[in-house]
Ligand binder design. Structure first.
Ligand SMILES: [Zn+2]
Length: 290
């Protein structure tokens, strides 16, 4: 039985903390094979069982890396049958519980790729059009939003960088994977998000690839505007009560609450770290929030 989940002792996976999902992935394949209506497809898929077991093992041992997972040569009929297995994960189908279980396991209903927007469905980490053998592999499926799904498309990455894998990649750090520069010296408050230079070197390139390809800097900066507007009044009151120190105190209080709810890698943690670090912002620059 193949189960998936982080192999390290850390559960801080990608953008959000979450519990590992335990799933018998071979049983899922067998369930789908048995429920295919066309007998010829059922027999064809059944004959692939051992191949699929072996491919699932490779996937898990290599944490889904697109750099080592071989693209198998299947006939067009087999490719179509493997890819269409995914249709049986929808509501009311034989593997509908797989989709429900993965989505239920997401934290705060957030997308696992950006960790910020609500999910709308599942993303195949290794795209099913290229790797149909993993179309129903639970390790290969993560909740995602429509924007990330569209931007990720069928890109698989290269030796220079790949997307972070929400089921396997761990930053293993108590600090955010993100860094936020706050600029409050112009007429308005601006934010720029980048990958923290303090991340372990092994994951730095992939994190930068992930941020760039999904255009997360721009996404987080847009969302930061709403967050800043929502706290402007609180900061004005704090400043009247105790000046710059009281503003920092209020920002740290809000930041702690965010970390308690969503973990250190949630994008807002980086935002609040950046706000506290910007002297211009805490000494009155927050008045430029608009
Ligand atoms: Zn997303």
């Amino acid at each position: 039985m193949l189960m998936y989940g982080p192999s390290s002792d850390s559960l801080e996976i990608a953008m959000l903390e979450r519990s590992p999902l335990l799933r018998d992935e071979i049983a899922d394949f067998e369930t789908v094979c048995a429920s295919r209506k066309l007998n010829s497809v059922k027999i064809m898929l059944g004959s692939l069982r051992d191949t699929v077991v072996s491919l699932y093992s490779v996937y898990r041992s290599k944490s889904g890396s697109p750099l080592i997972s071989p693209v198998c040569v299947f006939s067009p009929e087999v490719l179509a049958a493997l890819e269409s297995n995914y249709n049986l994960t929808y509501e009311g189908k034989s593997l509908g519980d797989l989709r429900v279980e993965i989505l239920k396991n997401s934290i705060g209903n957030f997308c696992s790729l950006c960790g910020a927007r609500p999910f709308y469905g599942l993303d195949h980490y290794l795209p099913k059009v290229i790797y149909p053998e993993y179309s129903i592999l639970s390790s290969n499926l993560v909740p995602c939003c429509s924007q990330c799904n569209t931007k990720k498309a069928s890109i698989v990455g290269s030796a220079n960088g790949r997307f972070l894998h929400a089921n396997f990649d761990s930053f293993a750090s108590v600090e955010s994977w993100l860094h936020c520069d706050v600029r409050s010296d112009a007429e308005f408050v601006d934010t720029v998000f980048s990958v923290s230079k303090r991340l372990p070197a092994a994951v730095q390139g992939d994190a930068e690839f992930h941020l760039l390809k999904l255009e997360l800097d721009s996404a987080y900066s847009k969302m930061a505007i709403g967050e800043l507007i929502s706290i402007k009044g609180l900061l004005e009151e704090a400043f009247l009560d105790g000046g710059e120190i009281a503003v920092i105190f209020e920002l740290r209080r809000l930041q702690r609450s965010i970390v308690r709810g969503f973990g250190v890698h949630f994008w807002k943690n980086a935002l609040y770290e950046g706000l506290c670090a910007d002297r211009g912002f805490v000494s009155g620059g927050f008045a430029k929030i608009c």
